[in-house]
Design a protein. Structure first.
Ligand code: SIN
Ligand code: MN
Length: 200
């Protein structure tokens, strides 16, 4: 494993996963999933997304950025559920709370190309992700594009922390293995990515 990547399997048991999915269903009614597009090209992402917290990550033709409101409704993002804040406090090893929780929804065939998370001001804080639903093949490597990579399967209830030397590692999702979880009635995968955005 690369230095600074910490994998914690089975942090949430099945009832806790189901309760979190229910909280997300309610949040998505207020802040609907949207399809982001790539800067400049306008090419749509294969995942749909929304956010929770005081700041949300968005991507459109103008670029990547954090903003306090939903791009379509103009409303503030819903609050983060306590359970995700608790996970941050247990595993992030960072004194301040996250400001952004990106919710990525992967339906059949969705994936995420290798990228770095670098739209934050504060790289001292780790990036923490929680996986729900079908298992994903997560690929990660070092901090330069084109270097050696390895894969890790992320299953429902697992937590991954990218901090320290791995805070700016390249990472992505090769594919989601359909039928590997019964958590989401229609299948698919949800990934929550918690980040601290601003400097203290
Ligand atoms: C991301 O890097 O934005 C998502 C990673 C994941 O879905 O596990
Ligand atoms: Mn990322």
């Amino acid at each position: 494993m690369f230095e600074g990547i910490n994998y914690h399997p089975n942090v949430l048991d099945r009832p806790a996963q189901a309760a979190l999915v229910e909280a997300l269903r309610i949040a998505v009614q207020a802040a609907p999933l949207f399809t982001p597009v790539m800067p400049r090209t306008g090419r749509p992402f294969s995942v749909r997304m929304t956010n929770l917290g005081s700041l949300g990550w968005v991507s459109d033709k103008a670029g990547y950025r954090y903003q306090p409101h939903h791009p379509e409704t103009g409303q503030p993002w819903p609050a983060m559920p306590d359970v995700v804040l608790d996970i941050w406090q247990r595993f992030a090893n960072y004194p301040r709370l996250p400001e952004a929780c990106l919710v990525n929804f992967y339906q059949q065939g969705a994936k995420m190309g290798l990228h770095q998370d670098r739209d934050e001001e504060d790289f001292a804080a780790p990036v923490l992700s929680v996986s729900l639903g079908d298992t994903a093949v997560f690929r990660f490597g070092g901090t330069t594009r084109g270097g050696k990579t390895q894969t890790l399967k992320l299953s429902s209830g697992d937590v991954l922390v990218m901090g320290g030397a791995s805070r700016l590692c390249f990472h992505g999702i090769d594919r989601v293995l359909s039928g590997t979880s019964t958590l989401l009635k229609e299948g698919g995968r949800i990934n929550l990515t918690l980040r601290r955005v601003t400097m203290p």
